[in-house]
Write a protein that binds this ligand. Structure first.
Ligand code: ATP
Ligand code: MG
Ligand code: MG
Length: 388
């Protein structure tokens, strides 16, 4: 084993890491380094090994990741919170490595295997509930994930994964934001026919709320407006991304697929209209996107498309009329981070609990209707009493 120019450890099948882990296949590769499937000769089980690039910046972030993972694993002895458990960490030839329980395919690959048709609302709800358990724990520990997206949510069942192409002897492929290797998920595979469990992974960008290192976080499609606009951020950025993941699970496609920063905000405004002026007033990057009258700068994407604020609805984009789902997502997509739904509130929302959903706007109408009804009944009582 040696390092390539980007500081990745060069590995081939059956190589050993620290005499203990035998390399079986590549599971994923990104800017951080690589994740390989290994056979652990000590425990006689397959595991996932994340091998961080041999570069200062990545190692530093890797140390933060190990600390967060250790804390979270320790907080979850009964496996209730649907987050990946770290097993061990060590250095191998100058590379920080950590081993994880082996999980299955990520939700992006899974949607791809299903032809990007999306999954039934019941499956969305199941995954939403499981992700919320994780987000709720993070919330109580004041940890921000900072990179929630379908690639970072994995099916628990590790049998649903055979990513290595048969001819590949080494695992070096062109890295891209989306995985380049193809999964061998059976072609007749229909996500709706199976009921799966998920776990949240990749705490490689996460931080404690009061120890934020970067002003610019999250992957573009899942990036919250406060990050885009350069506002202070908190744990609520994860709830924005969470909403984006649910929408994508349902339709198969990212709900806000911006080609760049400008278009990202344009995609959001297309559905949500203009941001409140209070956000624009304090955003350090507001002028990148708006002129001095707070009018959005007109932009055209690579397909010549101009996006107009408020020209689409959530219901239309999702092709759903499920009021509970729409209301739930609407609350994840609150412009104002302080008004955005929290994991705890989300767990109590009718979309998750399955209780009958009563839209807030009609609350008053409903209350009046109930008052009227009880009034009618009390007026009726003496009458019905006298008639018997
Ligand atoms: P980058 O942020 O540079 O994209 P990364 O930090 O996202 O890299 P991870 O998300 O931790 O790296 O892992 C990359 C991919 O490897 C995941 O999307 C997933 O497909 C696979 N993977 C990671 N951990 C596991 C695991 N425990 N079991 C199975 N596959 C895994
Ligand atoms: Mg990742
Ligand atoms: Mg990462």
């Amino acid at each position: 084993g040696f390092d390539d120019s980007r500081g990745d450890l060069y590995l081939t099948r059956h190589d050993h890491v620290g005499y203990r882990y035998e390399i079986l296949s590549l599971l994923g590769k990104g800017s951080f380094g690589q994740v390989v499937k290994c056979y652990d000769h000590k425990t006689k089980a397959n595991i996932a090994l994340k091998i961080i690039r041999n570069k200062k910046r990545f190692e530093k972030q890797g140390v933060v990741e190990v600390n967060v993972l250790n804390k979270l694993t320790q907080e979850d002895p009964n496996e209730e919170y649907n987050l990946v458990h770290v097993l061990d960490h060590f250095y191998f030839r100058g590379h920080l490595c950590f081993s994880f329980e082996l999980l299955g395919t990520n939700l992006y690959e899974w949607l791809k295997a299903g032809g990007f048709t999306g999954v039934h609302l019941g499956v969305v709800k199941r995954f939403a509930t499981q992700m919320l358990q994780c987000l709720n724990l993070l919330h109580s520990l004041k940890i921000i994930h900072c990179d929630l997206k379908p690639e970072n949510v994995l099916l628990k069942d590790s049998r649903i994964l055979k990513p290595l192409s048969a001819d590949a002897n080494t695992y070096h492929s062109n890295s891209s934001s989306r995985s380049t290797f193809s999964s061998k998920i059976p072609p007749d595979f229909n996500p709706n026919n199976h009921i799966y469990d998920i776990k949240v992974i990749d705490f490689g960008s996460s931080c404690y709320e009061d120890e934020r290192l970067y002003t610019y976080v999250q992957s573009r499609f899942y990036r919250s407006p406060e990050i885009i606009l350069g506002l202070p951020y908190s744990m609520s950025i994860d709830m924005w991304s969470f909403g984006c993941v649910l929408a994508e699970l349902f339709t198969g496609y990212p709900i806000f697929p911006g080609e760049n920063e400008n278009e990202q905000l344009a995609c959001i405004m297309e559905i949500k209209g203009l941001p409140p002026s209070s956000l624009l007033a304090t955003g350090s990057r507001t002028r990148t996107f708006f002129d001095s009258n707070n009018t959005p700068r007109s932009i055209t994407n690579s397909k010549g498309k101009k996006r107009r604020p408020g020209s689409k609805t959530l219901s239309g984009v999702l092709r759903s009329t499920d009021m509970a789902f729409l209301d739930f997502l609407d609350k994840c997509f609150s412009w104002n981070p302080e008004q955005r739904i929290t994991p705890k509130e989300a767990l109590e929302h009718p979309f998750i609990t399955g209780q009958r959903f009563i839209p807030e706007s009609s609350d008053n109408i409903l209350r009046k209707a109930i008052q009227k009804q009880s009034q009618l009944e009390s007026e009726k009582k003496p009458l019905s009493g006298s008639s018997t």
